[in-house]
Ligand binder design. Structure first.
Ligand SMILES: [Zn+2]
Length: 390
């Protein structure tokens, strides 16, 4: 097939243990008044915030803190932060936290220079204004290994008024600097480590199998899948294992590059309405849906799914392509089970009568990128399997 691919990356990627020490010099290069965006309290308690502000002061950079970002940032979260950034004349945003915090910081960096509410720019059918002005610079510092937001052109924002979780998207939204320091993830609790890793794996696999897949992201996705295969369970069971944390931080970064340039698939499409209506953590719903979505896609993507088995370290030499692809699905279930991801989607209160509403909320770019076309009946079947409500 003759496809034209496009590949965007952050302005600069800094990766490695201790990389946080470079934040002062990077900030100095990009601005002199920073809005620091933070989650609830982990970064304060761990002393990482103190280290960050010390590095800023050392470089004569002023800052204002915008904190307590919720786990699913809303339009109001972004609009409030934007007002603060404007009031304080911030010319740089630094977000330190998980995917939600990074998405918030990224959205604020865009809204500071663009009019109206972030809701006006969300990808909602028939709506969605285009950004008119370039964002102010943004430095993304992830403290989880999951969303890959440090390397993406989009930010996912919950629109409570419309009951939707939708992206804003533009290459301008790419961070000027993605600063990935795996040491910042050492204190992440086991279950968060597991579900963030589940998100990263789902992102890599959906981008790899998706219609917009391309050579560059295929290579990155397979490498990231290999890293996750060898290190997710270790990172969950031995939180202090820096090698495992490094692998997971790199895999998450690569998963961001993959999804940003090659899109996602049905697991992500269904995860968004599940997050809005039942507050299921994003990575968890992705992980619980992934094996079923892979099984569904298997007839049209057998060869590629077989390669996933290989990337996960399985010996497939004596297997047929279909058997090898089935092995990949089994291996992923095994990895998630060892990482203690054992919940069932039905435990979150999903009922059969809600299926049509979930499917309605799943429509959009991710679903269109799924390699196999999904009918209403297919999606219902996927939900039956993932919820065990059959
Ligand atoms: Zn995701």
């Amino acid at each position: 097939m003759n496809k034209v691919g496009e590949f965007y990356t952050p302005g600069k990627i800094i990766f490695g243990p201790g990389g946080l020490s470079q934040v002062g010099t990077e900030a100095k290069r990009l601005g002199n008044k920073v809005l620091v965006v933070l989650g609830r309290s982990a970064m304060r308690k761990s002393g990482i915030l103190d280290l960050l502000t010390h590095l800023l002061k050392e470089n004569q950079i002023e800052y204002t803190i915008y904190e307590n970002i919720p786990s699913d940032p809303t339009v109001e979260t972004v609009d409030k932060g934007t007002s603060l950034a404007r009031k304080e004349n911030c010319n740089l945003v630094i977000a330190l936290g998980g995917g939600s915090v990074l998405d918030t910081g990224k959205a604020i960096s865009a809204m500071v220079t663009n009019e109206g509410s972030v809701a006006d720019y969300q990808e909602i059918k028939g709506k969605g204004k285009k950004f008119q002005h370039k964002t102010i610079p943004f430095i993304a510092i992830p403290t989880t290994s999951g969303s890959g937001s440090e390397a993406t052109i989009n930010a996912v924002i919950t629109n409570t008024e419309l009951g939707l979780k939708k992206s804003i998207r533009n290459p301008w939204l790419l961070p000027e600097v993605a600063l990935v320091d795996p040491k910042l993830t050492l204190s992440l609790p086991p279950h968060i480590t597991a579900i963030c890793g589940g998100d990263a794996l789902t992102q890599c696999i959906e981008a790899y199998l998706g219609k917009k897949s391309q050579v560059i992201t295929d290579a990155l996705a397979l490498h990231a899948i290999e890293l996750i295969g060898r290190s997710l369970v270790r990172a969950v069971k031995e939180g202090n294992n820096l090698e495992a944390r490094k692998d997971m931080a790199m895999a998450a970064l690569l998963s961001g590059l993959c999804l940003s340039n090659s899109g996602l698939g049905a697991a992500h499409a269904l995860s968004h309405p599940l997050g809005v209506h039942y507050k299921i953590p994003h990575g968890l719903s992705c992980a619980l849906l992934l094996p079923y979505v892979m099984e569904f896609n298997l007839p049209v993507a057998t060869k590629k799914i077989a390669k996933i088995a290989q990337a996960l370290g399985e010996n497939i030499s004596s297997l047929s392509e279909t058997e090898a692809a089935q092995r990949a699905v089994e291996k992923i279930k095994e990895i998630f089970s060892q990482a203690e991801i054992k919940e069932n989607l039905s435990e979150w209160g999903i009922k059969e009568k809600d299926f049509s509403q979930i499917i309605k909320g799943a429509k959009g770019g991710s679903l269109n990128n799924n390699p196999r076309k999904t009918s209403e009946a297919d999606l219902i079947e996927l939900l039956y399997k993932a919820t065990g409500l059959h």
